[in-house]
Design a protein around this ligand. Structure first.
Ligand code: COA
Length: 170
């Protein structure tokens, strides 16, 4: 029988380290100073504390190995909306990419959102990331616009900003 990828809620006790490893593997080429890895790890782990049943993370598991995750975490810059607006992150281990896991993780998150406090779910990704853009589009995200390359950050890339308008829970 073919091994199956299952999707379940994130468990802070067992999954924390795996999530950072997956994120880091996919961002290594954007990080110029590897000495700062512990700072990235601390910032990443800090964000995980916002998971509260409304803000949520799902993980994809294959033979007990966490191979990807999908998060919906707060954008905390506006006190009025911080419980209602969330930002999306989808990450799959390189070895397992293009097997439908990213699509299924995001789909699972969208199923959760009507039961959460989240009303608008934002995503941003590099213009060149056609896979993520395709996945988002197929699952109902609408493009808002393009975030330009920063004048200040040399490592910056042009980003597409997109949003999913969470339906009411019937
Ligand atoms: C972007 C990323 C999350 C996508 O996940 P993935 O598992 O590699 O991709 P999938 O296998 O789910 O999707 C691959 C393609 O199949 C399509 N697909 C997958 N499952 C599908 C389904 N059930 N129905 C229809 N289409 C499907 C996707 O739309 C995509 O389409 P494309 O061929 O037009 O590009 C993953 O590649 C990744 O982690 N990349 C690095 C990190 C990153 O860029 N994250 C996004 C920024 S937040």
């Amino acid at each position: 029988m073919k091994d199956e990828v299952t999707i379940r809620k994130y468990n802070p006790k067992t999954d924390k380290e795996h999530l950072f490893e997956i994120w880091y593997e996919n961002n290594q080429n954007q990080i110029s100073d590897e000495a700062e890895i512990e700072q990235y790890r601390d910032t990443f782990n800090h964000l995980l504390q916002y998971v509260d049943g409304s803000f949520e993370i799902f993980v994809a598991v294959l033979n007990n190995e966490v191979i990807g995750y999908q998060s919906a975490l707060p954008i905390r810059n506006n006190p009025l909306f911080w419980r209602e607006h969330a930002v999306s992150s989808t990450f799959v281990k390189k070895k397992y990419q293009s097997g439908g896991t990213g699509y299924n993780l995001l789909k699972r998150m969208l199923k959760h959102l009507p039961d959460s406090n989240i009303t608008l779910f934002f995503g941003q990704t590099q213009t060149s990331n056609t896979t993520m853009i395709s996945v988002g589009k197929k699952l109902g995200f609408k493009k808002i616009g393009v975030i330009p390359i920063s004048n200040k950050e040399s490592l910056n890339n042009e980003l597409v900003l997109y949003v999913y308008n969470v339906p009411k829970n019937k």
